[in-house]
Ligand binder design. Structure first.
Ligand code: ASP
Ligand code: MG
Length: 444
């Protein structure tokens, strides 16, 4: 069995939903199909939640009305059979009524989660109905029945496996199962989310839980590119990546994949294929445990990074100093991305600044702390990239751009540099030219 996940753009219009249908019927293997909400819908729900917080019932009503109209238009265009059309519209309006009741409750995390995950529920209901109406028989599964992940960092695959196994067994004869991405159950069994963009993660959690033969992630781009195509000309899709390479790239900013997507399938030998809904023949990117080519593969950038410098003469020849600092970050549930040290100072980066004030206050009792915001980590990735003889060229960047930190040798697969975000685009373009376009010249 395969898992296929379609992102917001892929299910964002009637025309695109029909493309997805073509992809689904193009092969006969049994499949679980994970769908995002239509593009723009989750953002609209985020706005709706703001109205809930303000208990602004007029705006809540208006927002839900827009949501109903949007989906109702899809039903009108997609479905020709009048009876089915009416029945789907009735379902839609009762789902909107339920949302209305939830949205008029006092704000809570649970209310938030129930609202923000409803875009997926609306879309899958309509899409499944449409497919059945045109003879593409399928079963709609409620992801809330089996996505008991507990923790999003470390999903309980055993529990998901048990529950989805039961659901699939109950519907054994079906060959297409449609379900919702993004939604899950937390450690209390309450409805929660896998964070924005989390439908990719849904797909690999399901893939790992059912021992899928592969997980396909369908988006609007032809795979993972070697550099950010929004900022750099002449990028190209990478045909193969290892799990490690993909994980580094996704974590360090490649927008195409949710950062945790790869983790559930690592060690299970389930390849992930990144495919383009608008060009299904294009080969895309295959992510697996096979190394086809070593060396430099890709560059990505992650914004919103805060650099923290901690300086103290007491650090000189003192042991236990780093432990003391790390403990502060640990206590405040803040993970560190990059670190460099000198004898009397340590620089590190974080991306979650929720508890930054508390961290700084604590460390300031024994060291001098400087905080610099608006930085970007530029990450150069490839299996054994540090052995690639072209890699040294990246350091020519030091002639042109003030580099705040360098991390080399942390793993063989990654070299990271930290720059001010205002220098990010120039850095990406420079590195692209030095590392990819002049590759031939560098070898000779
Ligand atoms: N619909 C959710 C979002 O926009 C989940 C996803 O698309 O992956 O973040
Ligand atoms: Mg996505």
């Amino acid at each position: 069995m395969k898992v296929l996940k379609f992102g917001g753009t892929s299910v964002g219009s009637v025309e695109n939903l029909k493309r997805v249908k073509e992809i689904l019927i193009s092969d006969t293997e049994k499949k679980v199909v994970v769908c995002s909400a239509m593009s723009g819908v989750t953002n609209q729900l985020v706005q709706l939640i703001e109205y809930v917080k303000l208990a602004d019932s007029e705006s809540i009503t208006r927002s839900l009305h827009q949501l109903e109209t949007k989906h109702s238009e899809v039903i009108d265009e997609l479905i020709t059979d009048e009876n089915l059309k009416n029945s789907l519209k009735n379902d839609l309006s009762s789902m909107i009524t339920d949302m209305f009741d939830i949205a008029n409750q006092k704000y809570s995390e649970l209310v938030d989660a129930r609202i923000i995950t409803s875009g997926e529920t609306l879309l899958t209901h309509i899409f499944s109905g449409y497919l059945n109406a045109i003879g593409v028989s399928n079963v709609l599964l409620d992801a809330k029945e089996f996505m008991y992940v507990g923790s999003t960092e470390n999903p309980n695959l055993k529990e998901v496996r048990k529950r989805i196994g039961e659901v699939l067994e109950d519907n054994e004869t079906a060959s297409i199962y449609i379900t919702q991405g993004f939604v899950c159950r937390n450690h209390l069994g309450q409805i929660s989310t896998l964070k924005r963009g989390g439908s990719d993660y849904t797909a690999t959690i399901i893939g790992a839980s059912i021992d899928a033969t592969e997980v396909q992630i369908w988006t609007d781009i032809d795979g993972l590119h070697n550099n950010d195509p929004r900022h750099v000309d002449q990028t190209h899709p990478i045909s193969h990546l290892t799990y490690n390479e993909a994980a580094e790239l996704a974590y360090f900013g490649a927008k195409i994949l949710h950062p945790q997507t790869v983790s559930p399938v690592v060690g299970r030998d389930i390849p992930i294929l990144l495919k383009n809904t608008f060009d299904p023949q294009a080969s895309g990117t295959v992510i697996s445990n096979k190394t086809y080519e070593k060396g430099l593969k890709a560059i990505s950038a992650k914004d919103g990074i805060t650099a923290i410098k901690i300086k103290s003469n007491r650090m000189l020849m003192a042991h236990g100093y780093l432990r003391r600092i790390f403990e502060v970050f640990d206590t405040h549930h803040t993970s560190i991305d990059m670190i460099t040290t000198s004898e009397i100072a340590i620089s590190l980066t974080i991306d979650d600044v929720t508890n930054l004030d508390k961290i700084v206050k604590e460390i300031e009792t024994y060291a001098e702390v400087t905080v610099e915001e608006d930085h970007s980590i530029i990450c150069i990735v490839g299996e054994s990239v540090i052995n690639d003889k072209n890699s040294y060229r990246l350091f020519e960047i030091l002639n042109y751009i003030p580099v705040r930190m360098v991390s080399y040798g942390g793993s063989n697969n990654n070299i990271s540099i930290l720059v001010d975000t205002k220098d990010k685009i120039e850095t990406l373009q420079f590195l692209n030219k030095k590392l990819f376009q002049n590759k031939e010249a560098a070898v000779s």
